[in-house]
Write a protein that binds this ligand. Structure first.
Ligand SMILES: [Zn+2]
Length: 118
């Protein structure tokens, strides 16, 4: 089992979606309430153990819980200024708290063609 365990680092990734509303206070275009379908890409980086970086079902479960707090919600009730960047940092912090010691990359797509990554 796991012939290359401990000898290499790899990345695994998952993607999940949510629909949320927000407005950006003071912004000329985004200052009125509107919504987005957000795509969240999570990458976990680390050494191979028992043939895995991390069990996909565990990663998915954590992200589902964290995004469940944001899905179909008014993001302004959760974040003072819910920009794509601040949302990305929020999700990263929540996931890092659940997966201490793991190297996480979060990319949040705000609709098509716009993203922030941490
Ligand atoms: Zn927006």
């Amino acid at each position: 089992m796991g012939g290359i365990d401990g000898t290499v680092e790899m990345k695994v990734g998952i993607i999940q979606y949510m629909d949320s509303g927000h407005l950006l206070p003071g912004h000329p275009k985004c200052g009125v309430p509107h919504g987005h379908t957000y795509k969240v890409e999570l990458t976990v980086e680390g050494p191979l153990q028992n043939g895995m970086v991390m069990d996909f079902s565990d990663v998915k479960g954590h992200l589902k819980t964290v995004m469940g707090e944001l899905d179909h919600r008014d993001l302004n009730t959760i974040l003072e200024f819910p920009s794509c960047e601040n949302l990305c940092a929020h999700i990263h912090g929540r996931m890092q708290a659940r997966l201490p010691g793991k190297t996480l990359h979060i990319r949040v797509w705000e609709g098509d063609g716009k993203w922030a990554e941490m």
